[in-house]
Design a binder for this molecule. Structure first.
Ligand code: SDX
Length: 394
């Protein structure tokens, strides 16, 4: 299932694994979940329906989708002792380590669903994660702003419930903005899977030791936190804000610093290990950005700066020669900011979207013991054998 593939510069590497979940053609800019093109799903589907597709392999019938939705809605509550975890974190803790800690702790509260070879346990941990990670994410935000937690309202859908737990207050009713919920639902679809990216490969590698689903997903959250991966959406906003505040919105100087690689300056949200063309998700996010900001009545100068950065880079040989195009992270932060999320929550939102993809890959790997990343080998470049010298003679 995994063959030896020879890459330049002339050394061999094994393909990580085979998978039937997501297909990417980096040169043509194609992304399909279980054969369905990303733009079709973003336009016509919902995050829960796409989650079902990724996890079970087929688009659900109406009954299957209703049953999946009901099962998830019955697991949105956190154990009261797990809620106390949040009291222990410092107020200014970044929500990503809070998320990975709480997800890992789920395995201590739900010990009846840890066995990776017990179908019922895998099903139970799947719906528990799909439900509780949204509650944990909302509580991580509430902790960071020192506001009381809201219990989930199971009459709402997953996205609406999350927005209400995040932005609602116990003292007054909170009306979820349907445009905001729809836009967030679409962004979650766009982030739902992306074959063997760093965090998904981490989930598969950790799971290959037969680690339970909670532990494997927690490892994926930590891998996603890196600024070259999921942390990029936060880094893009920090880059745009710096250009706006320090350079008065002038992108030319910044682009020159990137081209001269001053202090490792990078155009965050640009470039991709696989896409050497426009990331199909970035195109959809860019359209979303203009529409949702208009609907929310937000006029954000950072969107204009992002657009002029893109225009400048796409006309500049330095970026064109290196096949650097906007990736999924380039415009998402502007939308999240317009929705009212602080920058620190952006990567948490990426994790919420990627959750079904991580679960689908863990389940796929568990169902086929041969098909796992397992234990990669290395090219040894250290010393040849040598004899020990006592410290007095060194
Ligand atoms: C995600 O894998 C996935 O699928 C990830 C993801 C997913 O859905 O899971 O798509 C999500 O992680 C998207 C990527 C988010 N990260 C960023 O936006 C951070 C900025 N991007 C770069 O760090 C970089 O583009 C990478 C890491 C994403 C990809 O790097 P590559 O393709 O391996 O390119 P490279 O590091 O080998 O660089 C090739 C050249 C170098 O210049 P030279 O040495 O040839 O002169 O391109 C330059 C690099 O310096 N380069 C950049 C650049 N990215 C690469 N120069 C400026 N800005 C950049 N962003």
């Amino acid at each position: 299932k995994t063959g030896l593939v020879t890459y330049d510069p002339g050394f061999t590497s094994t393909a990580a694994c085979s998978s039937a979940i997501t297909y990417i053609d980096g040169d043509a800019g194609i992304l399909r979940y279980r054969g369905y093109a990303i733009d079709q799903l973003a336009t016509n589907s919902t995050f829960l329906e796409v989650s079902y597709l990724l996890i079970y392999g087929e688009l659900p019938t109406r009954q299957q989708l209703d049953a999946f939705t009901n099962r998830i809605s019955r697991h949105t509550l956190l154990h009261e002792d797990l809620k106390r975890f949040f009291e222990g974190f410092p107020r200014d803790a970044h929500p990503m380590p809070v998320l990975s800690s709480a997800v890992s702790a789920l395995s201590t509260f739900y010990q009846d669903s840890l066995d990776p070879h017990d179908e019922e346990a895998v099903e139970l941990s799947t719906v528990r994660l799909m439900a509780k990670v949204f509650t944990i994410a909302a509580y991580a935000y509430k902790k960071s702003v020192g506001q009381p937690f809201l219990y989930p309202d199971n009459s709402l859908g997953v996205v609406e419930n999350f927005l209400r737990m995040t932005f609602g207050f116990p003292a007054e009713p909170y009306e979820v903005d349907p445009d905001m919920a729809r836009a967030l639902d679409t962004l979650l679809i766009l982030h739902a899977d992306h074959e063997q990216n760093c965090s998904t490969s981490t989930v598969r590698l950790v799971g290959s030791s037969q680690a339970n689903l909670f532990a494997s997903i927690s490892a994926g959250v930590n891998a996603l936190f890196g600024p070259l991966h999921g942390g990029a959406n936060q880094a893009v906003l920090e880059m745009l804000t710096r250009i706006s505040d320090v350079e008065g919105g002038n992108v030319d100087d910044f682009v020159n610093r990137v081209k001269n690689k001053e202090q490792g300056a990078k155009l965050m949200g640009f470039g991709h290990r696989v896409y050497k063309n426009y990331d199909p998700r970035a195109k959809i996010v860019k359209e979303q950005a203009e529409t949702i900001l208009k609907k929310l009545g937000v006029n954000d100068p950072l969107l204009d700066i992002a657009m002029s950065l893109e225009e400048k880079a796409l006309a500049d040989d330095y970026f064109v020669e290196r096949k650097l195009y906007p990736n999924v992270d380039f415009y998402t932060g502007v939308i999240y900011r317009a929705m009212g999320f602080p920058t620190k929550m952006f990567t948490v939102l990426f994790a919420l979207g990627r959750l079904p993809g991580w679960i689908a890959h863990w389940r796929e790997m568990m169902s086929d013991p041969q098909n796992k990343i397992g234990r990669p080998r290395q090219l040894y470049t250290g010393s040849a054998e040598r004899l020990y010298v006592p410290v007095g003679q060194r």
